[in-house]
Every structure is written in structure tokens, then in C-alpha cells.
Design a protein around this ligand. Structure first.
Ligand code: SF4
Length: 449
């Protein structure tokens, strides 16, 4: 979400006449998009601004912070950064910058005539400055109404707001026509899309159907993903639609957070393990080839050994291909921050290791079944291993293959799998079925998967 927001903020800044600096050290204007989900991310923001403020003693520099900012952090940020703003306040950015004597000859009103007439500035109307020429993020919704007890997002991003489906489908159509090969629909809670505009907007399943149709009919090869859905709002209709459209990627990221009923209740997730199990069953039935990813928190306030063991059992049962496992850290503003963070860091670490081992076991078993098979990959660039290129399958599994043909970046290729590890695979390129990239931008994070 922050990458997507930064693509819009960066577009406005470039339209004001700025150009990207070659390095952080050479920039006159530096900003950071903050994330309040974990303390670690906020700590990084503090260390970054400490560095920038040191540089300010030697050169003229303007700094800003935007993104997901908690009120408590905002107070502190105001003392450290020159400018603090919400992405939705981007309209005021040129004016804020001019207060620092930074040349800004255009206002957003001049750049986007008509926008100033809107009561609420529509951040989504700004054209993004896509950081890649072959993969893109498309926001479909912002904010969250769920108020999980560990999460601060509803306090930083506000309530759920769905973007117009017409606008979303149009952005996808253009991206596909321009040769983009991987598009991710973004939102804090993508599958509650439209619920805030009942009667006016279509549902998430209908939105997916429209996007699937437009992409399939384009005749171009493109994989459409979404992240993240909430198990509470996951319907069989969504899974059916994915199964019916070639372009809707067969990869589902379904946050579990905990495999224990009592912990789920204290997390205010508002669904049971049984409900989660029924969704996974539907996925296996309707899209058996789909890979399954998840998010898990270990050491949540009050989590007992027995409750943690239920999460381990759930991991064993659902056999994930990938899990993003985080040690719990209280977020100021979230309900659980008022509860004792009573699980020691050592126990959290140990639980994280146990789940990682469980994950490794299942992903390794799964990957082994792919040896000898030919997989389609989207190539992201050079691998860390010299003489190799790397890419992701439709199910977002990492595969590398021997090649130094850098022009393959952004292309679809076929690779025959020869060896696997728990989190990566290796294979040989099958030369005849490559669909070359149409437009590659050389900067950006394409090499990092
Ligand atoms: S669903 Fe829960 S975890 Fe996800 S953004 Fe909303 S409050 Fe946070």
C-alpha cells in the first residue's frame, strides 16, 4: 500500500518539476511513507530522520513523512520532519513545500484542473508514477472497519472507502494494454469492497469478474492478484470467480493470525477456525492448483502454550506455501496496547522458529512435487547467485534459472524444475515459449522479490 501511495505522491512531486535523485545523499527533498503496523517499521522511520537531520547541518534539505501515521507518532514526527501530511492531503503539498522556499511553480489545482472542486480530494485521481514497467499495484479500497484489537490501521487510515469500480477497471485495462504482466489489487480489506457503498457499487466478486473478463479478452498474458482479504468476508463466489478466469492468479493470501478460537476472539477477528477451514476447503475444491499464503502473529498478549500449539496445528493442517510470521508488538492506539505484553521476547522468538520450521516442512514437501514439471515464470531480474535470473510463478513461488540474458526481465518464460529448497526452486529455461517484456523501466525494485 505504501509503495502504491508513494507512486502517486512521487507523480505529484515530479509534476512540480522535480527529478529523481540518483541517490539519497544527493537529494534536496527526502520523504518517507511510514507504516504503523509494526514497531520495527516506525523505528526505521526514526533512524532515517535522525540521519537526515544530521545531513541538514551541512546542506539544505527538506524532509516529509506521510502514509500510515498514528496520532502519538504524528506529534513526535512534527518535531523531526519539516512536513507531515496524510496521503489524502496531497493537495496541500506544493503549498507546504513553498513555505520552505522550495521552488514549486505549480499547485495541484493547476496540474489537475477540476479536482479542487471536489469536496474531498480524491487521491486516487492522481496518476501514479509506476515504479516498474511490468508489475503494478492498483488501490481499490482504503481504510478498515474491522478494528482487530492488535491493529492501528482503522485509526491511521480511517474507515473503509471503496474506489469507483469504473476507475479501477479502466486503470487495469490501460495497464494490461500497456503490457503490464502482474497487477495487484490493494486494500486493507479488499473483499469488503463495495460494502460502504451498498446499492451504489458492485461487490468484490463482481469487481473481480469484470477485471477477469477485461484482462482475459485483451488477449494479453497478465496475472491479477489481490491483497489482503479478511476471512470474515470471504465468499465462495469470490473463489468461483477466480476459478473461472485465466487471468485471475491462482494464489490466495488468507490471513490466519492465530489458530486458536480464544485468541481469535481476543484479537477481535470475528471469525472462527471452522469458518477459516471451510474457506480453505472451498479453495482446494474449486482451485486445487492455488497456492496458499498467510499472516500469523505469535506471542499475542496472553497467548498460552496450549493456544500457540493450536496455531502450530493449524499451520500443519493448512499446509501453507508461505507465511509471514510476526512477533506481536503492541501498537499505541490499538485496543490490545492496553493489555499486558506478557509474552517474553525469548518465547516469541521460539514460537516464531517453531512455526517457521513447520512452514519449511510443508513448503518443501510441496516444492518437491514440482520437480520435473515445467512452470511459467514472470522474470524479475538477476538473481543473487551469479549467472542466474530469478522470477515468480503464478502462485508466487520463487524460481531461478541459469541465464545472463538481462533482457528477459519483465518477460514470461517457461522453466523446467530440477531442484528445490523450502522457499526456492531452480530449473532450466525452455527457450521456445518466452513472451518478451514490452516496456521495462530500468530503475525500481524489480530485482528484489
Ligand atoms: S482487518 Fe484487522 S488487521 Fe486488517 S487492517 Fe483491519 S483492523 Fe487491521
Amino acid at each position: 500500500m505504501n509503495q502504491s501511495d508513494s507512486e502517486r505522491i512521487s507523480h505529484v512531486i515530479e509534476e512540480m518539476g522535480y527529478r529523481k535523485a540518483v541517490s539519497e545523499e544527493e537529494a534536496d527533498l527526502l520523504g518517507v511513507l511510514s507504516c504503523s503496523v509494526r514497531q520495527k517499521s516506525i523505528d526505521k522511520v526514526y533512524s532515517r530522520i535522525a540521519k537526515w537531520n544530521k545531513w541538514k547541518r551541512k546542506k539544505s534539505l527538506v524532509t516529509f513523512v506521510s502514509g500510515c501515521v498514528l496520532p502519538a507518532d504524528k506529534e513526535k514526527f512534527l518535531k523531526l520532519f519539516d512536513i507531515v501530511f496524510q496521503p489524502s492531503e496531497i493537495k496541500q503539498l506544493p503549498e507546504m513545500l513553498s513555505q520552505y522556499g522550495v521552488a514549486s511553480s505549480y499547485s495541484v489545482e493547476q496540474l489537475y484542473p477540476g479536482l479542487e472542486k471536489r469536496e474531498i480530494f480524491d487521491f486516487w485521481q492522481v496518476d501514479p508514477d509506476y515504479q516498474s514497467g511490468f508489475y503494478a499495484y492498483v488501490p481499490i479500497q482504503n481504510g478498515c472497519d474491522k478494528f482487530c484489537s492488535f491493529c492501528a490501521v482503522p485509526y491511521t487510515r480511517g474507515r473503509e472507502v471503496s474506489r469507483s469500480s469504473g476507475e479501477i477497471v479502466e486503470e487495469i485495462r490501460q495497464l494490461v494494454n500497456n503490457g503490464y504482466k502482474s497487477i495487484t489489487l490493494l486494500g486493507q480489506n479488499v473483499n469488503s469492497y463495495g460494502l460502504d457503498k451498498k446499492g451504489e457499487e458492485i461487490s468484490f466478486a463482481e469487481l473481480l469478474r469484470k477485471i477477469g473478463r477485461v484482462t482475459d479478452e485483451s488477449g494479453k498474458e497478465c496475472w491479477i492478484y489481490f491483497t489482503s482479504p479478511h476471512p470474515r468476508d470471504m465468499t465462495d463466489e469470490v473463489i468461483e470467480v477466480i476459478s473461472q478466469h485465466k487471468s485471475l492468479a491462482k494464489q490466495i493470501h488468507l490471513p490466519l493470525q492465530s489458530g486458536d478460537e480464544r485468541v481469535l476472539m481476543r484479537m477481535k477477528r470475528n471469525h472462527s477456525v471452522e469458518k477459516y477451514r471451510s474457506i480453505v476447503d472451498s479453495i482446494h475444491k474449486l482451485i486445487p492448483e492455488a497456492t496458499l499464503f498467510t499472516d500469523i502473529i505469535v506471542g499475542f498478549s496472553g497467548e498460552t502454550e496450549a493456544q500457540f500449539e493450536n496455531t502450530r496445528k493449524a499451520m500443519h493442517e493448512f499446509k501453507y506455501n508461505m507465511a509471514y510470521i510476526a512477533k506481536y508488538s503492541p501498537r499505541p492506539g490499538a485496543l490490545s496496547a492496553r493489555w499486558e505484553d506478557d509474552i517474553s521476547n525469548d518465547i516469541k522468538k521460539k514460537r516464531l522458529e517453531i512455526l517457521t520450521d513447520e512452514l519449511k516442512k510443508h513448503s518443501f514437501e510441496y516444492n518437491k512435487t514440482l520437480i520435473g514439471k515445467t512452470l511459467r515464470l514472470l522474470v524479475y531480474g538477476a538473481d543473487k547467485k551469479q549467472g542466474y535470473m530469478t522470477g515468480l510463478t503464478e502462485g508466487k513461488l520463487t524460481v531461478r534459472f541459469p541465464s545472463t540474458e538481462y533482457s528477459l526481465k519483465g518477460s514470461f518464460v517457461d522453466v523446467k524444475i530440477s531442484s528445490v529448497t523450502p522457499f526456492a526452486m531452480e530449473g532450466e529455461l525452455i527457450p521456445d515459449n518466452t513472451q518478451k517484456a514490452e516496456n521495462i523501466i530500468s530503475y525500481g525494485a524489480e530485482d528484489c522479490i
